[in-house]
Write a new protein. Sequence first.
Length: 391
Amino acid sequence: MTKVLIVVGARPNFMKAAPIISAIAAHNRADRGPAMHAVLVHTGQHYDAVMSDRFFEDLELPRPDHHLGVQGGSHAAQTADIMREFEPVLAAERPQAVVVVGDVNSTLACALVAAKAFGGQNGRRPLIAHVESGLRSGDKSMPEEINRILTDQLADLLFVTEPSGVENLLREGRSRAAIHLVGNTMIDSLRRLRPRALTSPILARLGLSDGALKRYALLTLHRPANVDQREVFGEIIAGLKELAHQMPIVFPVHPRTRGRIAEFGLERDLAQLRTIEPLGYLDFLCLMEHAALVVTDSGGIQEETTYLGVPCVTVRTSTERPITIDRGSNVLAGTSAGSIRATIRLQLKRQGGETEAPEGWDGRAAERIVAILSEGLVSRTRPDAGRAACS
Ligand code: UD1
């Protein structure tokens, strides 16, 4: 039995990893190749019930086999703590493969430990697979961009969600054989759980569906570049004023953002918004699906709104997910009040409705990943395989 260790750490990882665990179970049931044993490691980067536990329930993720309990800290401290805690787990489990997803600090920290772990099976380090590989915003001031670039340099199997990722990896010198355009596992989760999300009581709970559905907008903000400086945060809020006069703006507040609101004394400026606690996966999906407009600085939400055909305004100057712009559902607004206001006006005129889904956003991305992973593991065990599998 081959052992595959799957790492999750922060909120956006959970919906990307859950389908892979299910696909491994399906691979074993259907006897599609040597059986795989999935071992789930949670670094603890996100630890609150609302940021983590709730997602395990909604996504029906199994309990982690290992919880590293790392929690917050500076980037250096958090990354170092994850590495320190992950190393003995890797040494004890001796997996044949390590799967990391997305672009958070947990992704890079665990990929780096695995890349240097030569004490594993036959003295070889595990195969490293990166899910959501190749995305590039071109903005190296984003911590996630650093995590993406470095993780992709370490990984052997590069699982890509959109064509731009393939081009980026080739430009960075990665071999074509390592790159696999498989689609989007986050959309696997969305497709699987959408019917349940539509039964969520969240709209009624927020008073958005008494009789008929009320028009409302949904807002998320958590990027350090947007919320860690008072002037930038204040400017973004000013850009939302006109929208707030037209419809309620529901704002589930991320812990980082909550901290900054208190620190900067922005509570009065936010009175125009409907601030609520962070939501679970199903409630958020339901709110996103029915929103007239989504305003966000999240990466994943740009993709989810593209799939759902909900107009999205991204409060950033760049995106690592250009397919969301090409499809027309997403527009970059920058962070000045004027451009946010203008982009919101533009997007409110757009008709919603489903757009054609990008290639591989079909609910079967994880199945393709597991098939390629299985093949990679089998070819690695051949006597002549040498270290070639680590391209
Ligand atoms: C992280 C990811 C980001 C992702 C986001 C989703 C990195 C570099 N950033 O950013 O890509 O989009 O998660 O949420 O990995 N906190 C809590 N409770 C929690 C989690 C965090 O209170 O459950 C607090 C932390 O203590 C810290 C702040 O929120 O003060 C930020 O957490 P952190 O994990 O450093 O990064 P995020 O901003 O959440």
